[in-house]
Ligand binder design. Structure first.
Ligand SMILES: Cc1cc2nc3c(=O)[nH]c(=O)nc-3n(C[C@H](O)[C@H](O)[C@H](O)COP(=O)(O)O)c2cc1C
Length: 216
């Protein structure tokens, strides 16, 4: 069993990004993995922006990241990049905080125009933090969400088609109830290259290769 943590970086209290991250975590939880979610907007803003890593909730977030075997790093696309809110937390992480972890980037965006922002903006940051197994980013347009009745935790929820794409992004994650092989806990697609794929392919995520998410 792996521990998977989602970081969602939207400032919105009703966030498509957080909803997509939560839906992805639910898929992993159904396979028996331990899941956790940090909505960065819920961390104390002044301490986050001031770099106060002594604050218990900032330190706690760092520790939850350190303990995770894998991360879902979820962001809305803002001004052709990932959100500043997400960056404010990533900037407080130790230099190689993501070493040895598998990372799935997940982005939501209003148009297909800036789909590559994950590749040219977020991926280098994940890489400098030590992540070596960065799965190909998954993108969901705003049209991939439907509104749910008021009162639910997430107003925007992924459509069934988007849900399928999130499941595809995880690859063939075996249910742990059927006793997974000792070293193979989760398999996720790994991007070897982007050859043969349109530069602005809004479908995002399917690739052929996989990497074992081996921390159990
Ligand atoms: C300030 C701001 C800037 C945005 N910039 C872009 C952009 O450059 N490209 C794009 O495709 N969508 C852009 N969007 C749309 C958001 O990426 C999109 O609505 C996203 O799903 C919002 O996620 P959230 O509901 O989790 O906040 C922007 C939205 C806002 C509020």
């Amino acid at each position: 069993m792996s521990a998977v943590l989602a970081l969602s970086g939207s400032p919105s209290p009703i966030s498509r990004t957080a909803s997509a991250a939560q839906a992805t975590l639910a898929l992993l939880e159904a396979r028996g993995h331990t899941v956790d979610h940090i909505a960065v907007r819920e961390l104390p803003a002044a301490d986050l922006l001031g770099g106060n890593t002594a604050h218990p909730r900032i330190a706690g977030a760092q520790e939850r990241i350190a303990q995770a075997d894998g991360l879902i790093v979820a962001t809305p696309i803002f001004k052709a990049s990932y959100s500043g809110l997400l960056k404010s937390l990533l900037d407080l992480l130790p230099q190689k905080a993501l070493a040895g972890k598998a990372v799935l980037p997940l982005a939501t965006d209003g148009t297909p125009t800036h789909l590559l922002a994950v590749d040219y903006a977020l991926r280098p940051v994940l890489s400098v933090l030590g992540a070596r197994h960065i799965i190909e980013g998954t993108f969901l347009l705003d049209s991939a969400f439907t509104d749910r009745a008021a009162g639910s935790a997430h107003k925007h929820i992924p459509t069934p088609e988007a849900h399928t794409r999130l499941a595809d992004a995880l690859g063939s994650t075996p249910p742990t109830s059927s006793a997974p092989p000792k070293q193979l806990v989760v398999e996720l697609p790994l991007e070897p290259h982007r050859a043969g794929r349109p530069a602005h392919d809004p479908r995002g995520s399917r690739v052929n290769h996989s990497v074992s998410w081996t921390h159990g």
